[in-house]
Ligand binder design. Structure first.
Ligand SMILES: [Zn+2]
Length: 122
């Protein structure tokens, strides 16, 4: 795989515009347990932790997920800028490599071999 293919393989996908705006929650407020699994009951319209059974406030759950999505959007933007900067640097380095190789070739063409040991005279 050439370096150009590597660059294109990591080209970030475009995301739709971020539409979430989150007000800061009260300081120190713990919204719910830190277990990962959820049990969503559409009949009761409730959300509970699948592990410990703690009933979660749906709004708090949505707020937390919105904050996570917000961070992911910011991270995506940061990574996208970093990739763009790295691609620019790679392009510049390739130009510099090409220029230096040409300079080496020109210098090599100018080198005159001097027979200091006189072997060429035999
Ligand atoms: Zn839990």
């Amino acid at each position: 795989m050439s370096s150009d293919n590597v660059i294109h393989a990591f080209k970030p996908a475009e995301l739709p515009a971020q539409t979430l705006t989150i007000e800061k929650p009260p300081a120190g407020k713990k919204m719910y347990c830190q277990h990962g699994g959820l049990r969503i009951d559409p009949h009761e319209r409730s959300i509970a932790c699948a592990e410990c059974g703690q009933v979660l406030d749906p709004f708090d759950y949505l707020l937390t997920n919105a904050a996570t999505i917000n961070r992911a959007w910011q991270d995506h933007g940061y990574v996208k800028r970093e990739i763009s900067d790295i691609q620019d640097r790679i392009t510049e380095l390739k130009k510099e490599e090409k220029r230096l190789k040409a300079q080496i070739k020109r210098s090599a063409d100018k080198i005159t071999v001097v027979d200091v040991r006189g072997k060429g005279l035999l």
